[in-house]
Write a new protein. Structure first.
Length: 250
């Protein structure tokens, strides 16, 4: 999220920006527990900075899969997103980002270059030229076949909440039951990091669901640069970034 956020920034997250729900984890020990949304309050919009649970099973590293990320929402349910030479367009209109979002013209990959690891599997896109892709919405019906199984697998798994979607020959089963279509129960969002060239985001791991979103980042309440701590008992004072204290994040 450079330059919007820096190492050593401590932020306040509004956990009831979008819904009021039961706790996601036990305080202090941060042990995850099942949570339930009690009632909705609002919906994320483009340019919101959201804290969310990293998609499970994307990495084999269990620590990564239990971590929380902060990224910027660039497309919402039913939006059509396209990236053209690092410029973002939603429903054919260019997104206006805050000045902190870092975009350079260095190492620009042309639209003809296919990049490995780009979501969804089998696409011929790259991180600089991507899409168009439609963001799934609650209530959408997905017609799933062996040919598009890889495309929709992660979407259905995250929406359903269990990794139980299996393709065997020409038969697709969900939790042991054959299916040919699936109706989404959650809204989905596309997120990217503000350091666009060095960001692990939806271009690689796919959409996030509204259930994965913890809240909206709103304020930096404390910031220190650990590399600038001076000797002595009050040396930590020299590491405080006074210009970032109580700074709203855009």
């Amino acid at each position: 999220m450079e330059n919007t956020l820096m190492p050593g920034d401590f932020i306040i997250v509004n956990k009831i920006a979008y819904d009021f729900s039961s706790p996601r984890e036990i305080p202090i020990i941060n042990f995850p527990i099942p949570n339930t949304k009690l009632f909705p309050i609002g919906k994320p919009v483009i340019n919101n900075l959201v804290v969310f649970e990293f998609p499970k099973d994307f990495y084999r590293d269990s620590l990564m899969n239990n971590s929380k990320f902060i990224k910027r929402i660039v497309a919402c349910p039913n939006d059509t997103l396209q990236i053209i030479n690092k410029e973002f367009f939603v429903n054919t209109k260019k997104i206006k980002f805050p000045s902190t979002l870092k975009i350079t013209e260095e190492n620009l990959r042309g639209a003809w270059v296919k990049e490995e690891g780009i979501y969804p599997p089998g696409c011929k896109w790259n991180k600089d030229n991507y899409g168009p892709i439609i963001i799934p919405a609650k209530g959408d019906t997905i017609k799933i076949t062996p040919k598009n199984f890889e495309w929709w697998q992660s979407v259905i798994v995250m929406d359903y909440g269990e990794r139980s979607l299996i393709l065997e020959g020409s038969v697709i089963t969900l939790n042991g039951k054959p299916i040919q279509e699936y109706i989404l129960t959650q809204d989905h969002y596309f997120v990217v990091g503000d350091n666009l060239d060095k960001s692990m985001d939806s271009r690689y791991f796919g959409f996030i669901t509204d259930k994965m979103i913890v809240g909206e980042a709103i304020l930096i309440y404390w910031s220190v640069n650990k590399d600038k701590v001076a000797p002595g008992p009050l040396g930590f004072l020299s590491a405080i970034r006074a210009d970032r204290l109580f700074k709203a994040v855009e």
